[in-house]
Design a protein around this ligand. Structure first.
Ligand SMILES: [Zn+2]
Length: 257
């Protein structure tokens, strides 16, 4: 059976819809490889009849051609967080700063445009998707602005939709938690969206009234990348403050297929 057709949110043409992943499918592949097939559950569904999901996808947003065209940015990001760019000497860690509750690693050089477009793309797809896990993510006028930047391949000002890459690598039990949703409780950073896979999260800032530290670590066009690494319970507390739409991730064998 063919897929449904409709207007692709990216190119605007009437085409067959693809199975478009909101969060790059490759990120889930790594997760599945490490932990086996997993369930992704909204907190509110945790006692209900849970379905196995093939990551988060939406079959009513993008045509196959547009969906495919994003893989360059997705592959770059995945290579980076897997450490493949480090292993091949393409990029290096140039500094680690221990700031008590968190550390900051600095990498150089990174492909700013690839990362910036990956960040924008992920944010935009979260915004346009009607998939239940993303219905609380609403970008308003920014949805169109981000779409335009992506189409024109213009990075825009990095302080618009500033994004910080966060790692919870030091926290063992955080692996059991995947959090997606807008947040409004973080002092000075309003609103934000957190997308966390395994130990990785992207924190977005949609407005400019944020504390200095946020911009200090946000991706910018200097060619450096800062990764904020939360330690121990600070990471868990931080997440709890940020999210009111937590999604738990559990191995399939807990629930059965
Ligand atoms: Zn399209």
């Amino acid at each position: 059976m063919g897929r449904q057709s409709g207007i692709c949110c990216y190119c605007g043409e009437v085409r067959s819809f693809a199975k478009a992943h909101i969060i790059s499918k490759t990120l889930f592949k790594d997760l599945f490889k490490r932990y086996g097939k997993v369930h992704l559950l909204n907190v509110k569904d945790i006692d209900g009849n849970n379905k196995v999901q093939d990551a988060f996808f939406d079959t009513h947003i993008l045509c196959a051609k547009c969906d495919m065209s994003f893989s360059l940015f997705e592959d770059y990001f995945v290579q980076l967080i897997r450490g493949e760019l480090l292993a091949t000497g393409i990029t290096s860690r140039i500094k680690r700063s221990d700031l008590g509750e968190y550390m900051v690693d600095k990498y150089r050089p990174v492909n700013y445009l690839h990362l910036r477009f990956f960040y924008l793309l992920t944010l935009w797809r979260c915004g346009i998707s009607q998939q239940s896990s993303f219905t609380s993510v609403s970008l308003g006028n920014d949805e169109q602005k981000i779409h335009k930047l992506l189409q024109l391949k213009e990075p825009g000002d990095y302080k618009d939709y500033a994004t910080v890459l966060v790692s919870f690598a030091e926290v063992d039990d955080i692996r059991a938690l995947t959090a997606i949703g807008p947040a409004n409780a973080m002092v000075g950073v309003i609103p934000i969206i957190v997308i966390l896979f395994d130990q990785w999260a992207l924190i977005y800032c949609l407005k400019k009234q944020v504390k200095e530290w946020f911009f200090q670590y946000a991706l910018n066009d200097s060619g450096d990348l800062s990764v904020v690494i939360f330690k121990e319970s600070f990471g868990v507390n931080f997440l709890n403050q940020l999210t009111h739409n937590q999604v738990h991730l559990r191995k399939a064998d807990v629930f059965g297929e």
